[in-house]
Design a protein around this ligand. Structure first.
Ligand code: UGA
Length: 433
């Protein structure tokens, strides 16, 4: 099939590349001239394990191409995926749909034959209805179908998540587009993916509901971790004990710092804002947002306690600053709250991240990037393990730190507390007493 992906961010690029790998002819379109030039040369703008090989392979076999020319690319294609950003509105909490509607206006001028227009970006309920209104102004109804087909891939696991999804959700209000899309996804369905056909509005809501529920699960275990710290219980036992109940499930029950990234914070806000618009109070999700926003302050408080409230001139080493492992994405990472707060209190901070220097910390006093784990940890007063990269999972701290007194605050529970205490390390973690 002939596909056109509009927007080469995470969702557009990964889905486009994977669709081409499944045998479709895919054009990925973006306004950004440099980005497209680089992509044509096989240079990938995001950090995603395995993506560059797939891009090179599919450019070579001529199933994947990149273009700045939306008009030409749309005219050549049968299925158009809208994959542009839907960030939080400035000063508000609802999703900013300017880019989506901008693309819809462009599309309405270029429907030369029947096309399926799909939102893959996360868009609030009724966005598909609005797109339809834009298209109908200059096109007859039988020339297009507007469909919602949300994407559930995670950064760092995006290719695997695309090829082996738990489910494919297609929200369409007509038979023709449902049939064509089921056919497009047939290679994934053949490998075991469940295919769900719903109304368009339901598909739009499934995406937000899923992200909000996962954010709730994390926040739930994070709050329980607070209780475990007061009652000398290991929160990991709670996660295992609860997770084995199949009605609950064990995934996304890992306690840690505040959840971050480009999706959960944005989407939890957007779904409550949409619900408010329809006079419905999603109070659980509202309290999740609040709890998560408070979490970085709680973690900071613990840091102050660990340092006996003497933060000034203390050398603090951050291992990992991105919002999670296997990504270079800093969006809404809790390190963006913690590092500036510690710098303000006079701490001397070194950070190491496998994805390198971060411009976000430029200009903060006494915050520097260390080129290696050993440089980061040398003669430090406190190590903070902020991200769960494999690189941090079996470090020999005694050898690396070279201090008599070693303090570690493991925000991801990567190490076994008893083993650390045996080594004479003052070891603190999350929800483990
Ligand atoms: C999330 C969803 O998991 C995807 O299904 C969805 O497609 C995507 O958003 C999106 O809407 O585009 P992502 O933002 O890449 O994916 O990251 P996650 O792996 O979900 O992690 C989000 C945050 O939760 C991270 O800060 C992570 O550290 C935290 N987390 C996750 C925990 O603290 N504990 C857990 O058990 C799991």
């Amino acid at each position: 099939m002939k596909l056109c992906m509009i927007g080469t961010g995470y969702v557009g690029l990964v889905s486009g590349v994977c669709f081409s790998d499944l045998g479709n002819e895919v054009i990925c379109v973006d306004k950004d001239i440099n980005k497209i030039k680089n992509l044509k040369d096989g240079k990938i703008p995001i950090y995603e394990p395995g993506l560059d090989e797939l891009v090179k392979k599919n450019i070579k076999n001529k199933r994947l191409s990149f273009s700045n020319d939306l008009k030409k690319s749309v005219r050549k294609s049968n299925i158009i995926f809208i994959c542009v950003g839907t960030p939080t509105k400035r000063g508000g909490s609802s999703a900013d749909l300017n880019q989506v509607f901008g693309v819809a206006k462009e599309l309405s001028k270029n429907i030369n034959k029947y096309k399926i227009i799909i939102t893959k970006s996360t868009v609030p309920v009724t966005t598909g209805d609005e797109i339809e209104k834009i298209l109908i102004k200059s096109n007859s109804r039988n020339k297009f179908s507007v469909v919602s087909n949300p994407e559930f891939l995670r950064e760092g696991e995006a290719i695997r998540d695309f090829i082996y999804p738990d489910r494919v959700v297609v929200g369409s209000n007509d038979e023709k587009s449902s049939r064509i899309l089921k056919n497009l996804y047939s290679p994934l369905i053949a490998k075991g993916a469940k295919y769900i056909n719903t109304s368009r509005r339901a598909a739009e809501l499934i995406k937000y509901a899923s992200n909000a529920f996962l954010a709730t699960k994390i926040t739930f275990i994070n709050e329980l971790a607070n209780l475990c710290e007061k009652t000398n219980i290991n929160v990991d036992d709670i996660s295992i004990g609860m997770g084995l109940d199949q009605r609950i499930g064990s995934r996304f029950l890992r306690a840690g710092p505040a959840y971050g990234g480009s999706c959960f914070p944005k989407d939890t806000k957007a779904i409550t804002s949409t619900a408010d618009k329809f006079s419905t109070n999603l109070s659980i999700i509202k309290s999740v947002i609040k709890s998560n926003e408070n979490r970085s302050q709680l973690m900071l408080k613990r840091v102050y306690q660990i340092l006996n409230n003497k933060v000034k001139n203390k050398k603090i080493s951050f291992l990992g600053v991105t919002f999670k492992a296997n990504t270079d994405d800093m969006r809404d990472s809790s390190s963006l709250i913690m590092i500036p707060a510690l710098s303000k209190k006079g701490a001397l901070i070194r950070y190491f991240d496998p994805t390198g220097y971060k411009k976000e910390f430029k200009g903060y006093k006494n915050v520097s990037f260390a080129r290696s784990i050993s440089r980061c940890l040398e003669k430090t007063d406190l190590v903070i393990i902020h991200t769960e990269w494999n690189d941090f999972k079996s470090l020999d701290f005694l050898k690396l730190i070279k201090n008599k007194k070693i303090k570690i605050y493991d925000m991801r529970n990567l190490y076994v507390p008893s083993k650390m205490t045996n080594k004479n390390v003052k070891y603190y973690s999350v929800g483990r007493g």
